[in-house]
Design a protein around this ligand. Structure first.
Ligand code: CAA
Length: 249
């Protein structure tokens, strides 16, 4: 009997990096569910049609991952329809860039809630199933700016650095149960998020990247596919940089 397709949940799955991760996992035979924020329902419907036109069967699910209750509801709905989730890619993220002296409390808490607290909210709701199944892949999409800090991103850098702390702790809890937990830290990627930056600031950053170009979303998806693969089960607690040489350590 053919093995049942693994269910992969990608939070922020209809965004620039998330879309490419969904494509890649779907092409590898996963049953992919792309999470999106409830306000993006129309965009998500169009996204699903675009994937179908590419011959990829991807599902979408609305949930605000900064809410524990909404995340729990989302995971239960996916389980009821498709079975337990084997691969989780925590990719949902936002920026609220401001120099610290101008940063409002809401700009701090929004970024921490979406980028960091979502890891607890989503992962906590499917962790027990992964342990029970004796197989799981949790992949957290952090950022080079969590590794080196970035002017104007005290909130974002704090959340992104926190993600890898979470990875390392959880990797230890999953290690003996076949569940790996890893971080991918992209550099600057060609998406709407970097497109929204001031042009002069963006150009100055690109000039400082040894490869002199931003990453393509596919560069990130490829790293995720590596960590998600069955045969890479001995990699855990790692932080894989995909940054064109912008930061090395
Ligand atoms: N280091 C030191 N000083 C800096 C600096 C830096 N990197 N960048 C700017 N400054 C200085 C400026 O020279 C300026 O000095 P003066 O006041 O003496 O002239 C001062 O800081 C103010 O700079 P700005 O004009 O840039 O300030 P602003 O308030 O207009 O803009 C900002 C602030 C919006 C945060 C802007 O600096 C910015 O966009 N920074 C980049 C943030 C960034 O990299 N975001 C990444 C988004 S994409 C992403 O996050 C994905 C990912 O994971 C990589």
């Amino acid at each position: 009997m053919a093995e049942r397709a693994k269910v992969a949940l990608v939070t922020g799955g209809i965004g620039g990096i998330g879309t490419e991760i969904c494509r890649r996992l779907a092409r590898q035979g996963c049953l992919v569910v792309a999470n999106h924020h409830p306000v993006e329902q129309d965009v998500a419907d169009a996204w699903k049609r675009e994937r179908a036109a590419e011959g990829l069967e991807c599902e979408t699910v609305a949930a605000d991952v900064s809410s524990f209750e909404d995340s729990a509801r989302m995971v239960e709905a996916i389980k009821a329809q498709h079975g337990p989730i084997s691969i989780l890619v925590n990719c949902a993220g936002i920026t609220r860039d401001k120099t610290f002296k101008k940063m409002e409390p809401s700009q701090w808490t929004d970024v921490i809630n979406v980028n960091l607290n979502s890891l607890f909210n989503v992962t906590r709701n499917l962790w027990d199933d992964m342990l029970e199944a004796g197989f799981g892949r949790v992949i957290n999409i952090s950022s080079v700016n969590g590794q080196r800090g970035q002017f104007g991103q005290a909130n974002y850098s704090a959340a992104k650095a926190g993600m890898h702390g979470f990875t390392m702790a959880l990797a230890q809890e999953g290690a003996a149960k076949g569940v790996t937990v890893n971080t991918v830290s992209p550099g600057y990627v060609e998406t709407a998020m970097t497109e929204a930056m001031r042009e002069d600031v963006r150009e100055a950053i690109v000039a400082g990247i040894p490869m002199r170009r931003m990453a393509k979303p596919a560069d990130i998806a490829s790293a995720v596919a590596f960590l998600a693969a069955d045969e890479n089960g001995y990699v855990t607690g790692a932080n894989l940089p995909v940054n064109g040489g912008l930061f090395m350590h």
